[in-house]
Design a protein around this ligand. Structure first.
Ligand code: ADP
Length: 740
C-alpha cells in the first residue's frame, strides 16, 4: 500500500505561493508578522518532509533508519509547532496592544508546547514521540499526548476569542472555529484512511484562512497607517514652513514700514532733482516689495490654516467704487476700455469677508490689465440664489489680452507658477496671485475657473458664497429708471458696456452715430439722458441748441484717466469703467445742478454787451426790461442794417437777439450777412432768434442761416435765463446785481 500524496502536493503549491507573496509584501518588522511568516514556513517544511518521508524514504530506503527518523522528527516537530504558534498568534490578535504582556503573565501555558517539541525533535534518538526501526513506523503513547496538547491550544484559542467579545470581531471567531473544525475532521479522516495524508492540507487550509481573514487586513492597515504617518509628517513640515513664512513676512514688514514711511517724509522735503529721482525709485521699489510681502503673508496664513473668512456686512456699492478706484490706479496709460457690470439682482449689501473678495478682484483685475495691451477688461458681478439667503457671488473678469495656452490652464493656479515665460518675460510677478485667489475662493465655499483662447483673451470666473442682507431694487435703479437714454458712442466696448447696464435696468434706450434733436421725437417721456463720447461728439452736441428741452440731461463720457478740462465746470461726466453706480452719480449730479440752475438767480456783469434787434419798440422794451433783471443793459436796434453798422464801426457783442420778421431785411437775411461779414467777432458771436413764428420746422431755417438758438415770443424770463447761461461766457457771471 502506498500513500496518497495528492493533498500534500496541493498544500506545497499553495504554501510556496503564499510564502513568496507574504515575504514580498512590505510590512512592519514586528513579532506578529514574523510569527505568521514562521507558521507558513513551518507548515511548508512539514509538508515537504511528509512527502519525502511517505513518498520516498519509507518505500525506497526503509533501511536508512537514521535518515527516516530524522525526516520524520522534522515533520513532527514542524507539524506540532503549528498549534502553539497559532495560539500565540491568536493572543496577539485578541490583545493587539499587549499580547506580549498577556503571554508573559501566562507563560506556563506554553510549557506543553515546548515539551512536545522537545520530545518530537529528540525522537531521532529517544524514539519517545514515534518509533522507527526495521519494522517500520509506529506510534508511541506520546502521540496521543501531543494530540491532546494540540487540542488544548485549540480550545484555549476558542476560549480567548469568544471570551473577549469587545476586542474580538467576527473574523477571528470564524478563523478559530474553522481551524478547530478542520483539525478534528483531518484527525478523523487520518484515522479512517491512514494512507490519505490529509493532515498537512487541513493545516494549510486553516493557515490560508488565517492569512485571508486576519493577516492580510493587518498588513493593509499597516500600509494605510504608513501612508497616513507620512502624510501627517509632510503636513507638519509644510505647516512649519508656512509658519516660518508668516513670521518672516511679519518681521520684514516692520522695517519695511520704516523704509516706506521715511521715504514718504524724505519726499516731502526739498530735494535736488537727482535725489528726488532716487527717492522715487526707492518708493516704487518698496511699495512693490510690500505688496509682495503681503501676498506671501496671506498665502502662508492660508497654508498654515490661520486664514478664516472674517465675516462682516458690506455694501456692493462700496465694493464697486473701491474696484473702480483700483482700476484707475493700475491701468496707467494703456489703451484699454474698462467696464463694471452689476446685475440688478446682486444684493445691495451682503455678509462675507470683503477683504478676501477685494483680494480676489485685485488679483484678477491686475492680471487682466497686466496681460492685456489693448481692447477691454471687464468685470461682471452677478449672483446665483441658494437656500436661506445664501447666494453665490459670481465674479467674472474678462480681458482681450494674450490668453493662456490650453496645456497651461491647470498650472496657473499652482503656487509660484508662471506660464508662457517667453511671452510673459516683460511682466513682473510671483505666480502667487492666482494661487491666493483659488485659496480664498475655496475658503468661501467657492471655486475659480478660467476659459481662455490663446492670443485672444481670457475669462476668469470666481464664485464665492455670501449671505444676502438687503436686496435690490435699490434707489439707484429706481433713479435711473426715470430716464430715456440716447447714447452717442463709437467705441464698441464702451457701447456694449453701457448697453448691458441700460438693458439690465429695463429702461428705453437707443444708440446713435450723430446728434440731432429729432432723435428724441420717437420717444415719449419727460426726462431724457444724452450720454456722449466726449472725444467724438463734444462738438456735435454743443452745436445743437437743446435749451428748449428742460428735461434733457447731458452726460459726457470720458476715459478712465482723462483730465477734466477747465471749462468743464458745468459739464456732467461719466468716467470709465461705466457701472450702474457711476451712471447714477453722474445723473444725480446733472439733475441736482439743473434744478439749482433753475432756482438760482443769475447775474451778469454790466460789461456784457448784448444787442436786441427788433422793429417793434414794445418788444424791444419788454426784452430789454427782462434782461435788466439779470444785470444786462442791452443795446436796442430797430433794424438789421443798424446791426450790420455796429460791426462796421468795430463794435463786438457777446450776444445778439434777432427778431425774424422785419421790414426791408428780415432776421434770417441779417444773420446771413453778419456771418459773411468777417468783421470782429461777426462769424462767432452767438445769435438767438426771437420769433413769433411757431410753425414747426422754422428752426432749421434759423440754424441754417447761422443762428445758435431760438426763443419764441412771448419771451419769458426763465427761457431767457437759460439762453444767457448757455451762451454767455461763465466768466461774465457775477454774484449780485451790478450797481448802475
Ligand atoms: P503672476 O504674479 O505671475 O501674475 P499669478 O498667479 O497671478 O502670478 O498668475 C500666474 C500666471 O498665469 C501668470 O504668470 C500668467 O502667465 C498667467 N495669467 C494670469 N492671468 C492671466 C491673464 N488674464 N491673461 C493671460 N495670462 C494670465
Amino acid at each position: 500500500m502506498t500513500y496518497n500524496l495528492a493533498y500534500d502536493y496541493s498544500s506545497i503549491v499553495l504554501l510556496v505561493v503564499l510564502v513568496f507573496y507574504y515575504y514580498a509584501t512590505p510590512k512592519y518588522k514586528n513579532f506578529q508578522n514574523a510569527l505568521f511568516g514562521l507558521i507558513l514556513v513551518f507548515n511548508l517544511v512539514s509538508c515537504v518532509m511528509d512527502v519525502i518521508s511517505a513518498g520516498f524514504l519509507l518505500e525506497r530506503m526503509p533501511d536508512a533508519i537514521f535518515l527516516n527518523r530524522l525526516v520524520l522528527s522534522i515533520y513532527q516537530f514542524c507539524q506540532h509547532s503549528l498549534s502553539p504558534m497559532y495560539f500565540v498568534y491568536i493572543i496577539y490578535i485578541v490583545y493587539p496592544d499587549n499580547g506580549f504582556e498577556m503571554l508573559k503573565k501566562r507563560w506556563p501555558i506554553l510549557i506543553p508546547g515546548f515539551v512536545v517539541e522537545f520530545i518530537n525533535i529528540s525522537s531521532v534518538v529517544t524514539q519517545w514521540g514515534f518509533k522507527y526501526d526495521v519494522n517500520g513506523y509506529g506510534r508511541t503513547p506520546f502521540y496521543f499526548v501531543s494530540l491532546a496538547v494540540m487540542a488544548f491550544y485549540m480550545v484555549l484559542c476558542l476560549v480567548y476569542v469568544f471570551r473577549h467579545k469587545s476586542e474580538t470581531g467576527f473574523l477571528p471567531k470564524l478563523v478559530v472555529v474553522l481551524y478547530t473544525f478542520s483539525a478534528i475532521v483531518a484527525c478523523i479522516l487520518q484515522f479512517m484512511y491512514p494512507y490519505d495524508l490529509v493532515i498537512c492540507l487541513a493545516a494549510t487550509v486553516s493557515i490560508f484562512s488565517m492569512y485571508l481573514a486576519l493577516q492580510n487586513p493587518i498588513l493593509l492597515k499597516e500600509a494605510l497607517e504608513d501612508a497616513e504617518n507620512s502624510r501627517r509628517a509632510a503636513e507638519e513640515a509644510n505647516l512649519a514652513k508656512s509658519n516660518f513664512l508668516a513670521n518672516m513676512s511679519h518681521e520684514i514688514r516692520t522695517p519695511m514700514n520704516a523704509i516706506c514711511g521715511m521715504t514718504y517724509l524724505l519726499e516731502s522735503t526739498e530735494l535736488r532733482t537727482d535725489a528726488k529721482e532716487y527717492v522715487d525709485t526707492i518708493q516704487n521699489a518698496s511699495e512693490s516689495l510690500l505688496s509682495l510681502i503681503n501676498e506671501i503673508l496671506d498665502f502662508s496664513k492660508v497654508d498654515a490654516g490661520k486664514m478664516n473668512p472674517k465675516v462682516s456686512e458690506y455694501k456692493t456699492e462700496t465694493l464697486v467704487r473701491d474696484v473702480d478706484a483700483l482700476l484707475r490706479s493700475v491701468i496707467e496709460d494703456k489703451e484699454i476700455v474698462t467696464s463694471i457690470y452689476v446685475a440688478p439682482d446682486v444684493p445691495k449689501s451682503m455678509l462675507g469677508d470683503v477683504h478676501m473678495i477685494k483680494q480676489i478682484l485685485i488679483n484678477l483685475l491686475n492680471n487682466a490689465i497686466k496681460y492685456t495691451e489693448s481692447g477691454e477688461v471687464s468685470l461682471d458681478l452677478s449672483v446665483e440664489r441658494k437656500e436661506n439667503n445664501k447666494v453665490n457671488l459670481i465674479i467674472k473678469v474678462k480681458d482681450t489680452g494674450i490668453g493662456i495656452k490650453e496645456e497651461d490652464l491647470e498650472k496657473i493656479f499652482a503656487t509660484f507658477e508662471q506660464v508662457d515665460m517667453a511671452k510673459n518675460r516683460r511682466h513682473e510677478g510671483t505666480g502667487l496671485g492666482l494661487a491666493l485667489v483659488k485659496a480664498f475662493c475655496e475658503l468661501m465655499n467657492g471655486k475659480v475657473s478660467v476659459e481662455s483662447s490663446y492670443g485672444n483673451g481670457s475669462t476668469f470666473t470666481a464664485v464665492v458664497e455670501q449671505e444676502a442682507v438687503s436686496e435690490y431694487p435699490s434707489d439707484y435703479f429706481d433713479k435711473l429708471k426715470q430716464f430715456i437714454y440716447v447714447v452717442l458712442e463709437n467705441n464698441p466696448y464702451t457701447r456694449r458696456s453701457i448697453e448691458k447696464t441700460l438693458k439690465s435696468l429695463g429702461v428705453t434706450y437707443t444708440f446713435s452715430n450723430s446728434f440731432e434733436k429729432h432723435i428724441f421725437d420717437k420717444f415719449k417721456g419727460v426726462n431724457y439722458c444724452l450720454i456722449y463720447n466726449d472725444s467724438q461728439f463734444k462738438e456735435a452736441v454743443s452745436a445743437v441748441d437743446t435749451s428748449d428741452m428742460p428735461g434733457l440731461y447731458k452726460i459726457s463720457r470720458i476715459g478712465l484717466n482723462d483730465a477734466i478740462p477747465e471749462d468743464y465746470k458745468d459739464v456732467h461726466y461719466l468716467r470709465n469703467p461705466i457701472n450702474v453706480f457711476s451712471l447714477c452719480d453722474s445723473m444725480t449730479k446733472a439733475v441736482v445742478a439743473e434744478a439749482k440752475k433753475e432756482e438760482q438767480e443769475v447775474f451778469f456783469s454790466n460789461k456784457v454787451k448784448v444787442a436786441i434787434v427788433d422793429d417793434n419798440k414794445v418788444n424791444l422794451k419788454v426784452t430789454s426790461a427782462i434782461l435788466k433783471r439779470f444785470g444786462i443793459t442791452a443795446k436796442t436796434l430797430i433794424s438789421g442794417y443798424e446791426m450790420l453798422d455796429e460791426f462796421e464801426v468795430g463794435e463786438n457783442y457777446d450776444l445778439i437777439f434777432m427778431d425774424h420778421m422785419m421790414p426791408d431785411m428780415d432776421g434770417v437775411e441779417t444773420v446771413k450777412r453778419i456771418r459773411a461779414l468777417h468783421k470782429g467777432n461777426s462769424s462767432s458771436v452767438p445769435i438767438v432768434a426771437l420769433t413769433a413764428n411757431a410753425v414747426t420746422g422754422v428752426e432749421k431755417e434759423y440754424y441754417d442761416a447761422g443762428m445758435n438758438a431760438v426763443l419764441f415770443k412771448p419771451v419769458n424770463a426763465e427761457d431767457l435765463k437759460k439762453v444767457l447761461v448757455k451762451w454767455l461766457p461763465a466768466s461774465c457771471r457775477v454774484e449780485a446785481l451790478p450797481k448802475e
